[in-house]
Design a protein around this ligand. Sequence first.
Ligand code: GTP
Ligand code: MG
Length: 333
Amino acid sequence: MNVHSSQAAKIKDLKDALVVGDRRALAKAITLIESSRNKDEPAATQLVNAALPLSGRALRIGLSGAPGVGKSTFVEAFGTWLTGRGHRVAVLAVDPSSRRSGGSILGDKTRMVKLAQDPNAFIRPSPAGTTLGGVARRTRESMLLVEAAGFDVVLVETVGVGQSETAVADMVDMFVVLVSPGGGDELQGIKRGIMELADLVVVTKADGDLLHAAHRAGAEYAAALHLMRPKFEGWSAQVRLVSSTEGKGIAEVWSDIERFQTTLTRSGAWDRQRRDQRVAWLQTELREGLLATLTEDPAISAELAKMEAAVAKGTLAPPQAAKAILAHLAAKT
Ligand SMILES: Nc1nc2c(ncn2[C@@H]2O[C@H](COP(=O)(O)OP(=O)(O)OP(=O)(O)O)[C@@H](O)[C@H]2O)c(=O)[nH]1
Ligand SMILES: [Mg+2]
């Protein structure tokens, strides 16, 4: 057997094992696609390809919110509620800011004690990475793997910083923004762009002393959302009050999600969004691949540096420079 076919056999074994619910195989498969080593890339690509026909049947939900808003506690409450109803829940994260070498995972695990031990749940912290693009790409691929492994609800969590919300919104069916009962002040601080991505807003910690504030914040968010153009025809973003610690509002969140799915499925927006996301993913890969090719080829990257210098000085127009570099690329192939 040559090297290629033995590798193909290994990938097939790995895929077969994860499909029948072997958690270690799933973890190993994700580790493989997260590997940034060039030599693992062909195997990783094969694996994602093998998983693709078995993926796509899960409900993909993005969760975003500022640090401390209660994301992990919500995932614990919502996730265990779902597994209690027969769902299999995978939790993935996109967090380019952290190296995730210990501290944060530990923090998450202490907030998700039950879910972390639940045989019907799978929790995977954010892959390490320097660029958001790299982290997001690996999370997208992991999503296909957990779906192939039979998880029917995928929660993708991100901290509300920078561009990570957009990256997550681009890979999920429904985007949920978590906000704290801080109300007015916080509303000012939250970037409008994030609220525009929201299909559902969850006001967390709606319990005890914070209950009143949560109601007030809920009304303010509802008023603010009312002024925004709906993302999808027939669906305006809802606001839900939730107490993860008391388990209140969890069932309502799920019924919102189900109504969202029904509404979008009926209008065709559900499939359209999935299709658009697949094409956008291809375009992202192409863009990144092209850039990598440009910088990896010594001759072209030298040319690129020269062009950049000329563009920086203002002696060469950027479109002209781009054309010249593309001509080099075309000559190469
Ligand atoms: N009263 C109350 N406190 C909550 C609730 N949910 C979370 N908290 C508290 O809020 C704090 C932050 O909760 P986390 O779940 O760790 O928040 P997070 O958004 O995951 O935070 P990061 O991972 O740091 O971004 C903790 O002290 C929780 O106990 C809730 O429903 N009610
Ligand atoms: Mg957390």
